[in-house]
Design a protein around this ligand. Structure first.
Ligand SMILES: Cc1cc2nc3c(=O)[nH]c(=O)nc-3n(C[C@H](O)[C@H](O)[C@H](O)COP(=O)(O)OP(=O)(O)OC[C@H]3O[C@@H](n4cnc5c(N)ncnc54)[C@H](O)[C@@H]3O)c2cc1C
Ligand code: FES
Ligand code: FES
Length: 1337
C-alpha cells in the first residue's frame, strides 16, 4: 500500500520516504503550506501544530485532534487528513472566524506563534463535547508559547467562542467600542458556525479507508515501516529482529522531543493499530489501558469512569491533564511514557500515579504469552529497549480505587491525592518533583486513642532527578498502624528525606527534598489538625477548573490626526493567523539550495588544533563543505558583526575565546544533514599552551583590568555631592551587594537567513534582522566586495527583542560567505539549541552600593560600583552604563555617584535585549529602596513615595531631557493607580490574609518607572502609483511591534492633508508598506530602542508633506474646476498626466535638543506565595502608562502587555546561566521556561493614559515598546513582601533554620525568583520547623 494522505483537502501520495521524516519536514519542504512553523522541534512551543483527522470506516466517524507536526512521523499519518491553519481559511478562500477574531482582538504581533495558536483553539472547539466553555477556551492555548503578546488578547480571542462568556469581559478589540450594547457586540463578532467552519474529511480518503478497512500497512520494501495488526504479528516481527536490522517501536514518536535522538533505525514498527494495545477495558480486577492508548484517550476514559473508583480515577485524570500540552497528550501514548521512564530515566508523571495505586503492567517478554508484573517491579527491570520486550497494557486495580473521602465504613477512609511542582502548572513543564499518595485511614473515637490511624498507604514520588519513580516503602511501613501525630509525621519526614536523594547532576537537591516533605505534610497534616482530610492543593485542583484570567483595558483613541490615533488592526494580522505571512524560511528555495549549521566552541579559551568529523575520513551524508575563517576571501576580513563600538569575528581563528563562539559552518544539502553534521564535528583543542587563564567572572576581569572603553560622551554624569549627602544621612547601608543574571530572547522564529549568489560578484541576502543596514555592511566587508554588490532584504521578523540586531549579522554573513564561495544559495535556519548557545542574551551584572538615608526614609546619597559582564566582543555594551543610569535615576537619591565598568570576559558576547540595562537599572533602584525600608522597618511604599522626584529634583537628575513641568506625569499616575487599583484597601486585605493563613502569604507592591528613550535618524520613502495606491518604505523593520501599521496610518494622515473627497481611512486600504531593501533605502540603522516606529512615522509624514506640496497646485486647480468632487484617484491620474514627481524620500533627523525624552508608568502587583512549594501566583497586576497621544492604542496596548509579561519572565522564571566554562546551560524549551497563560497575572488591568499635547514628540505620541517591561518589577517586589511575611512567621515558630536573619526581613530576593529560590527564602525546612514547634508546644 502507498503512503497517501491529504493536506488541506489536497491528495498527497509519497512513493518512498525515509521513515524518520516528520510531518513538519514534509509540509515545509514538499508542500506549499508553510503555516506550520518550526519553533523548537521538541514539542515545547506549539508553533508547528496541525489538526490530524482520522476516519473510522466501522463507525463512519472522523476523529480530530491537534498534534505536533515536528514530532509526528509522516508514515504514521497514512490515510489521514492534515489541516494547517491556512487549511482552515486563507486569503483566497476567505479567512476562518478564528483568524478574523485573532486579528480583531489584536492577538497577533510578530505572527510566528499565531497559526499554532489558531490550530489549538480550533482543535479545542471541534472536540468540545458539549458547549465550549471559557475554561476550555483558556486551557486550549495553555501549552503554546507566544513571546510577543502577553497572551491576554489571545485568550480573549479564544474566549469569544465560549458559550458561557460574558461578552463584556472580553478585552479591547476592533469589533466594538466601549459602551456598546451586548447585542451590537455579538453582532459584530465574525460569526462562527460549527457546521460551516469545521474541516471536512476528504471523500477520496474515506473511500480508500472503507475499501481497505482498518489496516494501514505500507509496502514494507519501500517504506521501512511496518504496521502489525495483532500482538501475534508484532511478536513475530520482534522475534525476527535480527534479520530485519535495528527496529524501533513507535506510537506518537513524541519521545524524540525529549531525547532528540539522531539514531536512525532500519525499520519502524507502528504499534498503534493493534486492537489489544489500543483498547480501554473495564474488567473485574481493574481498568485496563492498552499501551498504545494516547494519554488524551486515557484521560477521557478515566474521567468518564462512574464506578465507585471514580474518585481516584478522576484525580489521576486531572493530574494527567497537566502532562505536556494537548497535542502531546493527543499523540503520546501511555506505553511510550512508561517505557521512556523505565528505560531512559524519563521523569514521568504517569509512573508515579500508577505506583500509588499499585498498578500492574503486561509485557511480552520474548515469549508469546503476556507476563504481568507490578509497576514497581517493571521499573526495576533491565531496559526494555535493549531487549525484545513489548509493553502491552496497564492495569489499574479497582481494589484500591473504591470511594475515597466518603467512608468505607463508619470509621475508615480511603484517601488519594497527587501533586506536581512545576514552573508552569499546566503550561508544558516537567515537574521538579511529583508525588501521589494513597492511604486507608481509620478514625478512633475512644477517649484514650482519639485520632486517625494509618491502616495502609502507598507513597509514590518521582521526577526529582531519580532513575525512575519510587515508592517510599520505608515511610509506608513506618506509618502503617501508627496513630497520626506531629511527632509521627516529623519522624516520617525524617525517613523520607533519606529516601528522596536526587542524582548528583540534578539541580536544586534540597528544594526537591523539601517538596517531598511538603507534600507528605500536606497530605497527612489535616488529619492531625482537624481529623479530616482537607488540603489546600486539593482546592487548587478545583480552582484550576474555574476560568483563570480576567482583564480590563482603558484605552483612549483620539481622532485629531485621523486615522492616526485609531486602534487600527495590525497590518497583515489575518494573514499571520492563517500562516500565509512569509518569513525568511518560508521563501521557496531553489532546488540547488544548500543549508548551513554552525560548529561552536565548547572551550572558553583554547587553541584550535583541528576540526574534523567524528568518523575519521568519513564525511557525514549530504555535507558539501566545512567553512572556517580560512575560507574568507583574501580581499575580505574575518568579520561577523559590527556596531559603532567595534566589530566581532565571523569565526574563531586559531584561538577560541569563549564557549559558544563560532568556529565553522557546515554546509549540506538539507538543514537536517547540516545540523547532524555540525553535531558530529570534533574540534581538537589545545588548552595547555595558553599563556593566560580565561576570564570567566567580573571579579576576574577587575583583577586583570579587562574592560571595554566607554567614551566620556556616553558615560553618564554623577549628580550632586555624595560626600555631603552621606554626611546628611542618619542611617546607612554599606557594601550591600546585588547580582543580576541574563535572559534569552526566545523570539519564536530562530535566527535565519538565505543568501543567493548573483552575477558579477553580487549577493542577495534575505535576513531576519533588526539591522539590515549593518548586516549589509558586514557582508561586504567580510567578502571584500563593494557595498553596492550586496542587497539585504527583510520583510518581517518573527520576534526580535534585540536578539536579531547584532546577533543576526553573523548568521547572514555566514550564509553570504557560503553562497559566494560555493556559488549556490545557502540558507541557515538555526536550531533552537544552537541559537540559545550563541545568543548571548542580556548582560549579567554585579552591584555593590552604599546608601545613606534619613530616618523618615528619604535617601540622601547613593554610591555604587557596578561590574557588567559584556562577554568577549564589544557589541553595544558600551551603552550599558548610560542605559542603566536612565531608569535608576527615577528616585531622588539626593546625590548620586557611581563607577560602572564594562568587563571584557571569556563569556558569550552579551547584547541588547528589550530594555537593555534599563530593566536592570530600574530594578536596582527598587532593590535599594526595599532595603532602605527594611532597614528602617518602614512600609516600602511610603519610602518609595518620599523619594519620588519633584519636578525640581527631576531636572537635577535628568537635566536637559526632563521636559516641561506638565510632561512629568509620574506623580499623577502614581495617585491615579492608587485609586483605580484600590491599592490601600488591598494592602490592608493582604495583611489580614497573612494573619489568617499559615502556608500561603500574599504581598502587594507599587513600582514607578521612568524610562529614557532616544530618537535616531530614520529614512522613509512614499511613492504614489498610477492607480492611486501607495507604496511605502521605511528604515524600521516590522518585528511584530506594529511599526508598519503606525506608518500606514501616518501616511494616510499625511496624504489626507491634500483633502480629497472621501475619508482618509479609505486611503489607508490603498497603502502598503513593503519590505526593507538595503539598496532601495539606505541608512535604515537599527530597529531598536522603542522609537523606530515613531521615527519611521515622522520620516513618512515629512515625505507626505513634500508630496502634498507637489499635489496641492493640481488639487486647487481641479477643485476650482469641479468643486467638491475631486477624488484621490482623479487627482493622481491628473498628477501622472502632468509628470509630477510622486515619490518622495527623506531622512528624518531628530532635533538634538529634543531627541531624548522620558516615559512614565506605574505598576501594582499582588501575589500569593505557596510556602510549601515556593510557587508564586500573580493574583493581579494593574499598570498605568503614559503614551502621550498614542499613534495606535491597540498596538501600544499590545506592546505594553507583551513587555510586562516578558518582564515577568525575567523577574520570576527565566534562568539563562553558563557553566564553569561559560557555555550556556539552558538549551531548549525543556529547561528555559518563558511565561505561558497559566503564569501571567490572573487579573490584568491596563490603562493607557493620553497625556495630551507634547510639542516635541511625533504627533504628541510617546514610545511603548520597552518601558513597560520595567513595571514587572512590581511582581518581584510583591513576592519579596510575601516572603518577608513568611520569614517573620517562621521566626514566630521559634525555629530559625539558619537561613533567616534576626528580623527575618533582611534578605535579597534573586532574579529570577523561581520556585526553588522562593522556597529557599521562605525556609527549605519550614515544614520540619513547624512540626518541631508543634511538638515542643
Ligand atoms: C513536550 C513534551 C512534554 C512532556 N511532558 C510530560 C510531563 O509533563 N509528564 C510526563 O509524564 N510525560 C511528559 N512527556 C512525555 C510523554 O508523555 C511521552 O513522550 C509520550 O507518552 C510517549 O509516547 P509516544 O507514543 O509518543 O512514544 P514514542 O515516542 O513513540 O516511544 C517512546 C519510546 O518507547 C518505546 N515504546 C513505545 N511503546 C512501546 C511499547 N508498547 N513497548 C515497548 N516499547 C515501546 C519506543 O520504541 C520509544 O523508544 C512529555 C513529552 C513531550 C514531548
Ligand atoms: S516546533 Fe513543534 S512544538 Fe515547537
Ligand atoms: S505573536 Fe506570538 S510569538 Fe510573536
Amino acid at each position: 500500500m502507498d503512503l497517501e494522505f491529504a493536506v488541506n483537502g489536497e491528495r498527497f501520495k509519497v512513493d518512498s520516504i525515509d521513515p524518520s521524516t516528520t510531518v513538519l519536514d514534509f509540509l515545509r519542504f514538499n508542500t506549499p503550506f508553510k503555516s506550520v512553523k518550526l519553533g523548537c522541534g521538541e514539542g515545547g512551543c506549539g508553533a508547528c501544530l496541525v489538526v490530524l483527522s482520522r476516519y473510522d470506516p466501522e463507525l463512519d466517524q472522523v476523529k480530530e485532534c491537534s498534534i505536533n507536526s515536528c514530532l509526528t512521523l509522516l508514515c504514521s499519518v497514512n490515510g489521514c487528513s492534515i489541516t494547517t491553519s491556512e487549511g482552515l481559511g486563507n486569503k483566497k478562500k476567505g479567512f476562518h472566524p478564528i483568524h478574523k477574531r485573532f486579528a480583531g482582538f489584536h492577538a497577533s504581533q510578530c505572527g510566528f506563534c499565531t497559526p499554532g495558536m489558531c490550530i489549538s483553539l480550533y482543535s479545542a472547539l471541534s472536540n468540545s463535547s458539549k458547549e465550549f466553555t471559557v475554561s476550555e477556551a483558556e486551557k486550549s492555548v495553555s501549552g503554546n508559547l507566544c513571546r510577543c503578546t502577553g497572551y491576554r488578547p489571545i485568550v480573549d480571542a479564544c474566549k469569544s467562542f465560549a458559550s458561557d462568556v460574558d461578552i463584556e469581559d472580553l478585552g479591547f478589540n476592533s469589533f466594538w467600542k466601549k459602551g456598546e450594547s451586548k447585542e451590537v457586540m455579538l453582532k459584530n463578532l465574525p460569526p462562527y458556525n460549527p457546521k460551516e467552519h469545521l474541516v471536512t474529511f476528504p471523500e477520496f480518503l474515506k473511500k480508500k479507508k472503507k475499501k481497505k478497512k482498518l489496516h494501514n500497512g505500507l509496502d514494507h520494501s519501500r517504506y521501512r515501516w511496518t504496521t502489525p495488526c495483532s500482538v501475534a504479528e508484532l511478536h513475530n516481527i520482534t522475534q525476527a529482529a535480527n534479520s530485519l536490522g535495528s527496529l524501533k517501536l513507535v506510537v506518537g514518536n513524541t519521545g524524540t522531543g525529549y531525547y532528540q535522538d539522531e539514531e536512525r533505525f532500519d525499520r519502524y514498527i507502528d504499534i498503534s493499530q493493534i486492537p489489544e494495545m489500543s483498547m480501554i477495558k473495564k474488567g473485574e480486577e481493574g481498568i485496563e489501558i492498552g499501551a498504545a492508548v494516547t494519554i488524551s484517550n486515557a484521560i477521557d476514559a478515566l474521567k468518564k469512569e462512574e464506578s465507585k473508583s471514580c474518585y481516584i480515577f478522576k484525580k489521576m485524570a486531572a493530574h494527567m491533564e497537566k502532562i505536556g500540552n494537548h497535542a502531546i497528550r493527543n499523540s503520546g501514548s501511555i506505553g511510550g511514557n512508561l517505557v521512556m521512564a523505565q528505560s531512559r530515566k524519563f521523569p514521568s508523571d504517569i509512573t508515579t500515579l500508577l505506583l500509588a495505586v499499585d498498578a500492574s503492567v503486561y509485557m511480552l517478554n520474548g515469549g508469546k504469552k503476556a507476563e504481568k508484573v507490578k509497576v514497581h517491579e517493571f521499573l526495576e527491570l533491565p531496559s526494555m529497549l535493549d531487549s525484545k520486550r513489548v509493553l502491552l497494557k496497564v492495569e489499574i486495580p479497582l481494589c484500591t480505587a473504591t470511594t475515597s473521602t466518603t467512608s468505607v465504613d463508619d470509621d475508615t477512609e480511603l484517601l488519594f491525592e497527587s501533586y506536581r511542582a512545576a514552573p508552569r502548572s499546566i503550561g508544558n513543564a516537567l515537574p521538579y518533583l511529583n508525588a501521589a499518595f494513597f492511604a486507608l485511614v481509620s478514625r478512633r473515637q475512644e477517649p484514650s486513642r482519639r485520632g486517625v490511624t494509618v491502616d495502609k498507604c502507598f507513597l509514590a514520588f518521582g521526577s526529582y532527578g531519580c532513575d525512575h519513580s519510587i515508592r517510599a516503602t520505608e515511610v509506608e511501613s513506618f506509618l502503617t498502624g501508627k496513630s497520626l501525630s506531629y511527632s509521627v509525621l516529623y519522624e516520617a519526614v525524617g525517613l523520607l528525606k533519606g529516601i528522596i536523594v536526587p542524582g548528583k547532576d540534578t539541580p536544586h537537591h534540597e528544594y526537591r527534598k523539601s517538596l517531598a516533605v511538603g507534600y507528605l505534610f500536606e497530605f497527612f497534616n489535616p488529619l492531625i489538625e482537624s481529623g479530616h482530610y482537607s488540603n489546600s492543593h486539593v482546592n487548587d485542583t478545583a480552582k484550576s477548573l474555574l476560568p483563570f484570567l480576567s482583564s480590563s483595558q482603558q484605552v483612549l483613541e483620539s481622532n485629531e490626526y485621523q486615522p492616526v490615533g485609531e486602534a487600527v488592526i495590525k497590518v497583515g494580522a489575518a494573514l499571520q493567523a492563517s500562516g500565509e505571512a512569509v518569513f525568511v524560511d518560508d521563501i521557496p528555495t531553489l532546488p540547488n539550495c544548500l543549508h548551513g549549521a554552525f560548529v561552536y566552541s565548547t572551550e572558553c579559551l583554547a587553541k584550535i588544533k583541528s576540526i574534523r568529523f567524528r568518523e575519521k575520513n568519513v564525511t557525514p551524508s549530504g555535507v558539501f563543505a566545512l567553512l572556517t575563517s580560512k575560507d574568507i576571501p583574501k580581499q575580505g576580513q574575518n568579520i561577523g558583526s559590527k556596531t559603532v563600538f567595534g566589530t566581532g569575528p565571523l569565526f574563531a581563528d586559531e584561538l577560541t575565546q569563549f564557549a559558544g563562539q563560532r568556529i565553522a559552518l557546515v554546509v549540506a544539502d538539507t538543514q537536517k544533514h547540516a545540523d547532524s553534521a555540525a553535531k558530529l564535528a570534533v574540534v581538537e583543542y589545545d588548552t595547555k599552551n595558553i599563556e593566560e587563564e580565561a576570564i570567566l567572572t567580573v571579579e576576574d576581569a577587575v583583577k586583570r583590568c579587562s574592560f571595554f572603553e566607554v567614551h566620556p560622551m556616553i558615560y553618564p554624569e554623577p549628580v550632586g555631592d555624595v560626600l555631603k549627602g552621606m554626611e546628611e544621612a542618619e542611617r546607612k547601608i554599606i557594601s550591600a551587594e546585588l547580582r543580576l543574571g541574563s535572559q534569552y530572547f526566545f523570539y519564536m522564529e530562530p535566527q535565519t537567513a538565505l543568501a543567493l549568489p548573483d552575477e558579477d560578484d553580487c549577493v542577495k541576502v534575505y535576513s531576519s534582522s533588526q539591522a539590515p543596514e549593518y548586516v549589509h555592511s558586514v557582508i561586504a566587508t567580510c567578502l571584500g566586495i563593494q557595498e553596492h554588490n550586496v542587497r539585504v532584504i527583510t520583510r518581517r521578523v518573527g520576534g526580535g527583542f534585540g536578539g536579531k540586531a547584532v546577533k543576526s549579522m553573523p548568521v547572514a554573513t555566514a550564509c553570504a560567505l557560503g553562497a559566494y564561495k560555493l556559488q549556490r544559495p545557502v540558507k541557515m535556519y538555526m536550531n533552537r539549541r544552537t541559537d540559545m548557545i550563541m545568543a548571548g542574551g542580556r548582560h549579567p551584572m554585579k552591584i555593590t552600593y552604599d546608601v545613606g538615608f534619613r530616618s523618615d526614609g528619604k535617601v540622601t546619597a547613593l554610591e555604587f560600583i557596578m561590574l557588567i559582564d559584556a562577554g568577549l566582543e564589544p557589541d553595544i555594551s558600551a551603552v550599558m552604563p548610560r542605559n542603566i543610569m536612565g531608569p535608576l535615576r527615577k528616585y531622588d537619591w539626593g546625590a548620586l555617584s557611581f563607577d560602572i565598568k564594562v568587563c571584557k570576559t571569556n563569556c558569550p558576547t552579551r547584547t541588547a535585549m528589550r530594555a537593555p540595562g534599563e530593566v536592570q537599572g530600574s530594578y536596582i533602584a527598587e532593590s535599594i529602596i526595599e532595603n532602605v525600608a527594611t532597614s528602617l522597618q518602614m512600609d516600602v511604599d511610603t519610602v518609595r513615595k518620599i523619594n519620588l522626584h519633584s519636578y525640581v529634583s527631576l531636572r537635577k537628575f535628568y537635566t536637559r531631557i526632563s521636559g516641561d513641568p506638565d510632561e512629568y506625569t509620574l506623580p499623577l499616575l502614581w495617585d491615579k493607580l492608587e485609586i483605580s487599583s484600590k491599592f490601600k484597601e488591598r494592602a490592608e486585605m493582604v495583611k489580614e490574609f497573612n494573619v489568617c493563613n499559615v502556608w500561603r502569604k500574599r504581598g502587594i507592591s507599587r513600582v514607578p518607572i521612568v524610562h529614557q528613550v532616544l530618537q535616531r535618524p530614520t529614512p522613509g520613502k512614499v511613492s504614489i502609483l498610477s492607480d492611486g495606491s501607495v507604496v511605502v518604505e521605511v528604515g524600521g523593520i516590522e518585528l511584530g511591534q506594529g511599526l508598519w501599521t503606525k506608518v500606514q496610518q501616518m501616511v494616510a494622515y499625511g496624504l489626507g492633508m491634500v483633502k480629497c473627497q472621501g475619508r482618509s481611512d479609505k486611503l489607508l486600504e490603498r497603502i502598503r508598506v513593503v519590505q526593507s531593501d538595503t539598496l532601495g533605502m539606505i541608512q535604515g540603522g537599527f530597529t531598536a530602542g522603542s522609537t523606530t516606529s515613531e521615527c519611521s512615522c515622522e520620516a513618512v509624514r515629512l515625505c507626505c508633506v513634500i508630496l502634498v506640496g507637489r499635489l496641492k497646485p493640481t488639487m486647487d486647480k481641479m477643485m476650482m474646476e469641479k468643486p467638491g468632487s475631486v477624488t484621490w484617484t482623479m487627482l493622481i491620474q491628473q498628477a501622472y498626466g502632468q509628470s509630477i514627481n510622486l515619490s518622495a524620500s527623506t531622512l528624518y533627523t531628530p532635533e538634538y535638543a529634543s531627541m531624548e525624552y522620558l516615559n512614565y508608568g506605574v505598576g501594582v502587583s499582588e501575589v500569593e506565595v505557596d510556602l510549601v512549594t515556593g510557587k508564586t501566583e500573580i493574583l493581579r497586576s494593574d499598570i498605568i502608562y503614559d503614551c502621550g497621544k498614542s499613534l495606535n492604542p491597540a498596538v501600544d496596548l499590545g506592546q505594553i502587555e507583551g513587555a510586562f509579561v516578558q518582564g515577568i519572565g525575567f523577574f520570576m522564571m527565566e534562568e539563562y546561566t553558563t557553566d564553569e566554562k561559560g557555555l550556556v546551560v539552558q538549551q531548549g524549551t525543556w529547561d528555559y521556561k518563558i511565561p505561558t497563560v497559566d503564569t501571567i497575572s490572573k487579573h490584568f488591568n491596563v490603562e493607557i493614559v493620553n497625556s495630551g499635547h507634547h510639542k516635541d514628540r511625533v504627533l504628541s505620541s510617546k514610545a511603548s515598546g520597552e518601558p513597560p517591561m520595567l513595571m514587572a518589577a512590581s511582581v518581584h517586589c510583591a513576592t519579596r513582601s510575601a516572603i518577608r511575611e513568611a520569614r517573620k512567621q517562621s521566626l514566630s515558630w521559634n525555629c530559625n533554620d539558619g537561613n533567616i536573619d534576626e528580623s527575618g526581613t533582611d534578605f535579597e530576593l534573586p532574579v529570577p525568583a523561581t520556585m526553588p529560590v522562593v522556597k529557599s527564602l521562605c525556609g527549605l525546612y519550614n515544614v520540619e520547623r513547624y512540626l518541631q514547634g508543634k511538638i515542643l508546644g
